[in-house]
Design a protein around this ligand. Structure first.
Ligand SMILES: [Zn+2]
Length: 268
C-alpha cells in the first residue's frame, strides 16, 4: 500500500517536472497549445484570432485562408494539413507565439502538433499559402522525416511555388521568373549560393537580409526547375519515396531522371 502511494507521488512529480521542462524549453509550443484559453476568439475552420483584431481583419483573414486553401488544393491535389491558424493583431503577440520579431508568419511543426502563426503583416494570401505548404509537407511526411530527411532549400522552395511574392502566379513562367530574379540578385550568378550551403535551417537563415533573399531565390529556382521536369506526379512520387525511407538526394535525382527519360522517349 505504502509503495503504491510512493509510486503515485513519484509519477505525479515526474509529470510535473516534464511539463515544466516542456514549457521551459518550448515556450512557443506551449503557448500555441493553450492559446484557446488565452486572449483569442475561435473562428470556424480551426482558426484563432486575437481578441483585439478588428471585424474587418477577421473577415479578411477568413477570406484569405479560404483562398489559400484553394491554392494548396490546386498545387497538391488535395489538402491534408489542417493546422490551427493563430492570428496575432500586434507584433508583441506575434513575438510571443512565433518566438521571432521578424517575418509575417511561421509554421511550427512538432511531434505533439503543428500550428501556423501569423503576425499583422501575415494577413495576405502569399504568406498564408506559404505556411500552409510547409504544413502540407509536414503532414504528409511527419515530424521526424520533415526535420531530418528534407533539405531546408526544398521545403522553402516548395512553399514558394504557392507564394507569388517573387514571381507571378503563372506556373508555366515560374522558372524563368526565378531565373530573372536570381540573376539580378546574384550578379549573374557570381555571388550565388550553392544548395549545399542552404541545406540546414542554420545555413538558410543565418545571415543578413541579402543572404536570406538569395537563399529563397536559389530554392525557388531549383524547385521550379525540378517541378517543370517531374510535374505534380513527380512530387507525389518523392513524398512516397521519402515515406518509404529512401534518401532525399537519391529519390530527387532518380525521379528527375526517370521523368526526363519518359519525356525523351515520347518525343522520339
Ligand atoms: Zn518558409
Amino acid at each position: 500500500m505504502r509503495s503504491k502511494k510512493l509510486f503515485l507521488i513519484n509519477f505525479v512529480l515526474i509529470g510535473v517536472f516534464l511539463l515544466a521542462a516542456y514549457y521551459f524549453w518550448f515556450p512557443a509550443i506551449w503557448r500555441c497549445q493553450t492559446a484557446r484559453f488565452a486572449d483569442f476568439t475561435e473562428l470556424p475552420g480551426n482558426v484563432l484570432v486575437s481578441n483585439d483584431a478588428t471585424a474587418s481583419e477577421r473577415a479578411e483573414l477568413t477570406k484569405s485562408i479560404e483562398r489559400s486553401r484553394v491554392r494548396i488544393r490546386q498545387f497538391w491535389g488535395t489538402q491534408l494539413g489542417n493546422s490551427r491558424v493563430i492570428y496575432c493583431h500586434d507584433p508583441q503577440c506575434y513575438q510571443r507565439y512565433a518566438l521571432q520579431d521578424e517575418g509575417a508568419g511561421t509554421s511550427l511543426g512538432t511531434p505533439t502538433g503543428s500550428w501556423i502563426v501569423l503576425g499583422p503583416e501575415g494577413l495576405n494570401d502569399d504568406v498564408i499559402s506559404h505556411e500552409m505548404c510547409h504544413d502540407e509537407l509536414f503532414t504528409r511526411l511527419g515530424w521526424f522525416k520533415t526535420k531530418n530527411a528534407v533539405p531546408q532549400w526544398f521545403d522553402e522552395g516548395l512553399a514558394l511555388m504557392v507564394d507569388y511574392r517573387f514571381t507571378n502566379p503563372d506556373s508555366t513562367r515560374r522558372h524563368l521568373d526565378y531565373l530573372d530574379e536570381w540573376m539580378l540578385t546574384t550578379h549573374h550568378g557570381s555571388t550565388a549560393l550553392d544548395l549545399t550551403e542552404i541545406r540546414t535551417v542554420k545555413g538558410f537563415f543565418n545571415g543578413d537580409a541579402h543572404h536570406v533573399r538569395q537563399a529563397y531565390l536559389t530554392s525557388g529556382l531549383e524547385v521550379s526547375r525540378w517541378l517543370s521536369v517531374v510535374g505534380h506526379r513527380g512530387l507525389t512520387e518523392l513524398v512516397l519515396a521519402l515515406r518509404h525511407g529512401e534518401a532525399f538526394d537519391a529519390a530527387y535525382a532518380r525521379i528527375e531522371k526517370s521523368r526526363q527519360q519518359l519525356a525523351d522517349s515520347q518525343r522520339n
